[in-house]
Design a protein around this ligand. Structure first.
Ligand SMILES: [Zn+2]
Length: 121
């Protein structure tokens, strides 16, 4: 099985389907924050903003809560994070918040024993 995005060999059973494409877990994880790599402007603005504000970006209460959960848990799978947020967000909304936080380099995805964990940067 070959990942249709990065062309890496995927271990049997490890492949993920996203929008009709078979992806390796890394690429699948990237779909959580689709702007990575193809939206340098967003990264630039976030960094620029951080400089302008002296290193502290104003986070929304939800974003602060997400960071707090990741700090407390040391990393959590997306469904676990949703659970911790007690229904305040749907998965698509969480993906958007996560993408924003990832642009700020506050959070990132990590693969642990074949599972995707969200953690602090
Ligand atoms: Zn891939």
């Amino acid at each position: 099985m070959i990942c249709q995005r990065c062309q890496t060999e995927i271990d049997p059973g490890e492949e993920k389907e996203h929008l009709g494409r078979l992806l390796c877990e890394d690429c699948f994880m990237d779909t959580l924050s689709p702007a990575k790599g193809c939206d340098p402007w967003a990264v630039y603005s976030a960094k620029n903003l951080e400089q302008q504000t002296g290193g502290s970006i104003t986070l929304t209460p939800l974003q602060s809560e997400i960071l707090g959960i990741l700090e407390r848990t040391g990393g959590v799978e997306p469904p676990g994070l949703l659970q911790e947020l007690q229904g305040k967000l749907t998965m698509p909304q969480l993906e958007r918040e996560f993408a924003t936080l990832r642009h700020m380099e506050k959070v990132r995805g990590e693969r642990r024993e074949g599972k995707i964990f969200l953690r602090l940067w």
